[in-house]
Design a protein around this ligand. Sequence first.
Ligand code: KG4
Ligand code: ZN
Length: 352
Amino acid sequence: MIILGIESSCDETSAAVLEVDPPSHKVTAGQSGKPKLLSFKVSSSVKEHAKYGGIIPEIAARKQIEYSIPVIEDALRDSGKKEVDAIAVTVGPGLATALQVGIDTAKSLAYAWQKPLIPVNHIEGHLLSPLLDHNDMKFPAVALIVSGGHTELILMKKYGEYELLGRTRDDAAGEAFDKVAKLLDLGYPGGPVIGTRSKEGNKEAFDFPRGMMHSDNYDFSFSGLKTAVLYESKKHSEITPELQADIAASFQQSVVDVLVHKTIKAAEEHGAQAVLLGGGVSANQVLRETLAQRCEKHGMSCHLSPLSYSGDNAAMIALAGYYQYEAGRGINSDVHSEEWQSISAQPNLKLI
Ligand code: KG4
Ligand code: ZN
């Protein structure tokens, strides 16, 4: 089965062509086909937003319109395939107008080609992204999704059967990285630059709070940490590059400590055989290394989102689309059907 994935939920416009073999309906039996990515393209408007220190929805949507068809055309050409069997598209959560560009494009293609359309939840894309590399995962598994808008711990009983264990009560982990980078004058987005600057800093320079680390639930809170960084930075008349690096490293360590501690605790308490890590923040090297080490110590397998698919991308959407389709959630191209007409942007869509 060949699936064209389309992602347009925020500032990345992405298309991917995924082949899954065999395409038989085995998911319910706990088995599934082996995914092979034939092509993958992404265009980003992040530089446009960087000037403003954060995402500007109007600019994001306009750029989606500009990039959408060229990105899809490139992905189709590189895949070497003349035809696809289905089209998977992100329907939410995300920016309404940006999402709608991808959805309208996907609908037009599905109609023109008379192929099924598969609505995909962006979070499920991040959740399944580690499986682009690795598809023989053992259940139950615990997944940590950390992005600019989400921080969620999810128990995966099998494909499509999820239980929410905990989520952030305030800022998402990526949002905390972005806000702290802004405080330190490091620009937008904050995650990558904090990761880089941290390498030059001392992670023990400041003892920042580890919010809710020992609470008896799986929720997170990062706003106290952000405030602690603000107070610390105000104590100094000048933020020198050395101070920037020390604050960045100490902040990053605090986030990683909490995320890893709670993920391992959740995995142990739920008898998880595997731990998954996905979302933009999963590109963080210290988080990846620490989680992998802790999983090894506890005898659990650890599946990290491949670095190219940690941020927003259509490869994970095509993969999540495959599982949705196997579960019978594809929508045929009858434009007059209620199902077809119900497909539109759902900015606040939840996974669970
Ligand atoms: O998944 P994503 O691309 O978009 C959303 O769905 O939100 O995540 C973007 C977030 C941003 O907050 C960005 O700062 C963060 O991921 N991020 C990182 C790193 N790379 C991106 N955070 C920490 N370390 C990184 N290397
Ligand atoms: Zn995302």
